[in-house]
Design a protein around this ligand. Sequence first.
Ligand code: ME8
Length: 571
Amino acid sequence: MLRPLRRLSRPPRRAAATGPGRRLLLSTPIFYVNGPPHIGHLYSALLADALHRHRLLRGAGPGRLSTGTDEHGLKIQQAAAEAGTSPPELCERVSSLFHQALTHAAVSFTDFTRTSEPRHQRAVHHFWGALRDGGALYKGSYEGWYCTPEECFLPESQLAERRDAQGRPCKVSLETGHQVHWTKEDNYMFRLSAFQDPLRKWLRDNPQAISPHPFYQRVLHWLEEDLPDLSVSRERSRLQWGIPVPSDSTQTIYVWVDALVNYLSVVGYPETHSEWWPAVHHVVGKDILKFHAVYWPALLMAAGLAPPKRILVHSHWTVRGQKMSKSLGNVIDPFACIGQYTVDGFRYFLLRQGVPERDCDYYDEKVVKVVNSELADALGGLLNRSTALSINPSNTYPCFSESCFPKVLDYRETKGMGRASAEDYEFVASVASLPLQVANYFEGFQIYKALECIALCVRQTNSFFQRHRPWKLNRKDPAEQLWLDTIIHITLECLRVYGTLLQPVIPHTADRLLSRLAVEPEERGLSSLTFLARYNGKSCPFEGRQLGPDTGILFHRLEKSRQLQIETKKL
Ligand code: ME8
């Protein structure tokens, strides 16, 4: 029955390198349509969106952001039956909910793949052919414990004994608590075991391939253990809702193989994918790490393709300390959150408070607190104070004066030179280094740290403003006027930096902020972000420019919310 393995790892096709000026496909997982979107799904999409937007801001080369819905498999077949509808009808309805939720949240996806689309099915068929032709598939009899909600077989070591609702003993998945069922079938098997060494080598050669690092180590650990072959089809009699195995109509392709190929079908596999592949970064939740970091690279190698460049892994959101689940009725609805906290408010919260390395807890009071203090009070307040007509009656971007803020080599030696203190020099230096720091944190998949640094600088700018009490300065005295203008110039320069750097996270608020500062659309990229050019003896294109219209408060304070959980309604 076992065919000899003819060819397992062909040399990968031409690799499009990543890096500045190169193409990059960023992806989110494609989401199951057995339930409506929740904030966990949104979080994955926002991480990918912020990375995508930051790349565009850097002018880093053509980029795409793909997302979509995973529509096949037993789980969807059963969900449709429970909802008293057909799988296509359920998929249509729930897929459009995901599309709406992501659009509503300003996720700037360029591609939305549905696995029920013909172009995807064609790609899956071709991919299957490549696996088969490479000798990576064989037909075997497979038996084991199948977990439908996770759509995979689980080994005994990952099971626990429980009692079901009728008090009968049953087995459940240790990790998720879902019941498993003994399944015995004739399936196509994938020679995963043959890829243990190639996978280890790939990871050893590419320590950045999986971030954050603890997840990289977790995968290496899995690769130390036994790596059994993988069942990659189901009997059609049990699973009709899926893509049939080419030239074997008694079998349906395993939903995970089908789903993973979305990353190829989106870039035109099998015809035009090499323009993008493998310049790909997958953003995934920790729950699907094994599928992306073990099965997917092995499947790709077997099909003659290179593994993705990076897999960016994040942990989970819990709600008031509990796992989010339909049965607990604590699933948080992104539509309601956006309604309550605004698109930017909620985006800011999730990206500021979400730490990929560890699970994060959601509760409404936390959103209100973070967003009010950092967006409404600190950032909005700073813009308001520094552009108030009482302090800047000409409503222009005022001039910087070198005599007030002279260039110094060592800021501890500033005595008697100008009006600025050592503290001011230190503060200006920290804002000057912010764009690079933020870029490094984005590159390292630590967007929350980038936001923390920005928030710290905003606080320092408020202190700078407060410390010099510009409202107390006498505008009739030319020397005081110079210093007043310099204080406002520096503050607006800081705000311009924050507005530019925050575009990937809070695009609408950043747009309002930059428009108020009269920063033109073509001046909003990172290459135009020369902070405080005048301090460095260069000219500043903003000096003397009329500010944009005052459109009111930058960010309105939030109120404590009502219930934001998804009502337990039938789909
Ligand atoms: O697994 N916190 O789809 P899925 C943060 N279709 N993120 C969460 C989360 C939580 N509590 N819950 C879910 C599937 N997610 C497959 C993927 S890809 C080829 C196929 C996010 O609808 C997280 O990204 O169950 C997780 O990996 C994904 O949603 C799972 O979504």
